[in-house]
Design a protein. Structure first.
Length: 143
């Protein structure tokens, strides 16, 4: 299996805005939802997503912090699209200084009071394993 560096994958992931975040539900099923990745962020193996305290995302992570992320760039299966699968652990952050550090104005669409929005939570996902499909090449990222 081939291996690319995190820097190489990050360049290919530039501009991807939406990630699919997968969590484990209380009954053992897997729940998936789109999360805004604020596509201009340089990926280093850690991702941040905002959500609400009362969301299923938060309760799932509290019960089991093992999560998965899926990313795909524009294009079809036979184009130069890249597909990236991340396995990792999620952490819930409620610190406004951290909110400020990861805030982008596009988030105002969902959180009308910005970082002062009541019940806002930051989900931090630290990758433990990253695999990719880049054209005909399949591999794993060196972490």
């Amino acid at each position: 299996m081939k291996s690319k560096s995190i820097e190489e994958i990050s360049k290919r992931m530039a501009g991807i805005d939406i990630a699919i975040l997968s969590t484990h539900t209380e009954n053992g099923q897997i729940a998936n939802r789109p999360m805004s990745n604020n596509g201009d962020v340089q990926y280093d193996g850690t991702s941040y997503y905002f959500t609400f305290e009362q969301s299923r995302t938060v309760s799932d992570i509290q019960a089991n912090p093992k999560v998965a992320l899926g990313f795909t760039s524009e294009g079809g299966i036979f184009s130069d699209a890249i597909y990236v699968a991340v396995e990792g652990n999620a952490e819930l952050i409620r610190d406004k200084a951290s909110f400020r550090a990861h805030w982008a104005s596009d988030l105002d669409r969902w959180f009308e009071q910005g970082i002062e929005t009541p019940g806002i939570v930051l989900v931090k996902v630290k990758a433990s394993r990253i695999t990719y499909w880049d054209g005909d090449e399949e591999g794993e990222v060196k972490l």
